[in-house]
Design a protein. Structure first.
Length: 125
């Protein structure tokens, strides 16, 4: 991992500013923000989560390994549910997205789910 909590916090702020700027530009152009904006905002969320988790993840002990293991398992189950829901939505015509937009949304959901589960399990364990 990188240097400190402050590093992740600064990265989160920078990603938030970048995502906010691109999203604002898209809204001001009377269109939806480009789908890449979602990934940038997810990276900001990831940076904030890593800033919160840094003191615990600094020591690679059994508790950290258990948090990562349980978090990845929960994220895998959630990701399978996302895929099933998107597949049903596309087949029934409820979701009308391009392949690139769908990949960006799935990537964003995956990033947010993994790090949310890490934070949740770090509080439980």
């Amino acid at each position: 991992m990188m240097g400190s909590r402050r590093t992740f916090l600064v990265m989160g702020i920078l990603f938030t500013l970048m995502g906010g700027f691109v999203g604002y530009a898209g809204i001001m152009a009377d269109s939806a923000p480009v789908s890449m904006t979602y990934i940038v905002l997810a990276m900001a969320y990831m940076s904030y989560c890593l800033s919160y988790l840094f003191p615990q993840f600094k020591e690679n002990d059994e508790r950290v390994k258990l948090i990562k293991q349980k978090g990845m398992f929960a994220s895998f189950i959630a990701f399978m549910l996302y895929l099933i829901l998107f597949q049903i939505g596309i087949q029934l015509g409820w979701v009308n997205l391009s392949a690139l937009q769908l990949l960006h949304i799935l990537s964003t959901l995956m990033i947010c789910t993994v790090f949310s589960s890490f934070v949740i399990y770090s509080k439980k364990l």
